[in-house]
Ligand binder design. Sequence first.
Ligand code: ADP
Length: 504
Amino acid sequence: MTSTLPPHLGASALDRALAAFVGELGPESVVSEPEELRAYRDPYTYSESDEFDASAVVMPTTTEQVQAVVRIANEHRVPLWMFSQGRNNTYGGSAPRLRGSVLVNLRRMNRILEIDRDLAYAVVEPGVRWFDLFDGLQEAGGDLWPSIPDLGWGSVVGNSLEYGIGYTPYGDHARNICGMEVVLPDGSLLRTGMGAMEGNAAFHTYPHSYGPSFGGLFQQSNLGIVTSVGWWVMRRPEAYSACWARFRGYDTLGEVVDVLRRLMLDRVIENTPLLNRGVEIDADGNFSLDPDGEGWSARFALYGRAGLVDAQFAVVEQALRAAPGVEVVRRTFDTADLTGPANHDERVQRGIPDMDLLDPRMLPYGEVTGHLDFSPIGPCRGADVVRLEKLVRATYARHGRQYVNGLYLTPRSALHISTTFYDPRDEEQTRGVFEGYADLVREVATLGYAPYRTNLQHMDLVAEQFGFADHAQRRVAERIKDALDPNGVLAPGKSGIWPAAYRR
Ligand code: ADP
């Protein structure tokens, strides 16, 4: 039996709760053996640390079972931590913010409930992975493409609730959500948007509500367990071109960002351009890491009627070549042919999931390699992007750390993700990396930037940065939390929101 307990709860109280979970879900759906719990650790914390260990895992298969789990948690005052696939390792994987929480593992709720080919949406449960959604859309005829992130093993729901991004014109995944079903912290059920009306026909086609829209309350939050979402996808275009530009140096980086912004605002480029430094991919799709490299590559894609894609490429090429030393190339594909796209860049922008990016991330220290992503968000203007990049670089240098860059552009904002690699078996090195991260948070705040998402270790620190009007954001979040979750059972500490019982 588990040796990890949540705060405020004795071993016998936890045992009674676990017995109640078993009574509701059956013994095969409740795990509390320490050996089995190891698979749910945050793999990137120091490997001997028990700071984010769970006490048990429950695996519901239906919305009713999720409701029962939440009711039992309230009865026994057991903190829960929910995840859909729990594969986002740099942000904690499936591990809970609060040590001793019981994990609600939703991987078994993995059904695609509906695919509407006319209206281009799917309705999915939380355990549906990118691989599953892709397969489901293929089986339904292949005329719908999902936007996907770089690794196919994560879930549509978990990624979208965390504001994840992908690389088709539907790359802002949070915006693809249209109509959710949510189990509230008291175990009752809510449907958002038009779904608030029994049998409403526009549940997954119109994103707003009559009155205030509550969907956003359940994103990056601890106010509910989402049990299904409507999710918009893209109609297969006639033509698709994967495009790349290469260049060197900060001056050109600023110019390229400005050119890409204008092309995005003009809707010539409609997907999410990604600019990389320190990550090389050759023509055969082989990756290598070169953290000291100064060369940048930009990848983006064009979609639409064949003639229009050619015309758009001519515009893009001319605009980018105006910046010094920029080369632009593309490959165009028959969109009905799944085998055409040969490497990760070509597949991911066409919505074909793979796991290619996992291996290069294990190059530095083998399979155990940890990496910490620092992901502040700022405006998409060349001068701003370069200013932030220089500050980030100076901060890593002060900590003696190498890193690689990914810059994810939208027409108005730029997400700067820098990644540093380390060995989580080395306590001192791991501590140094996390201290460096905290330093980065404080440094970029001086320019008016904050991360859009963070790891378990820094949720409080990042929440601390959002201090406008004496932390109005946090105070409002706490009032809503206490009203909906008076026993504080759902994901205490998520995004720096602590229920009353755990507030210092
Ligand atoms: P992924 O499937 O991409 O690995 P996760 O399952 O790890 O994503 O989810 C990321 C985070 O999103 C979780 O830590 C949790 O806070 C939140 N989350 C995931 N699934 C749900 C859900 N069904 N309801 C509410 N919050 C969720």
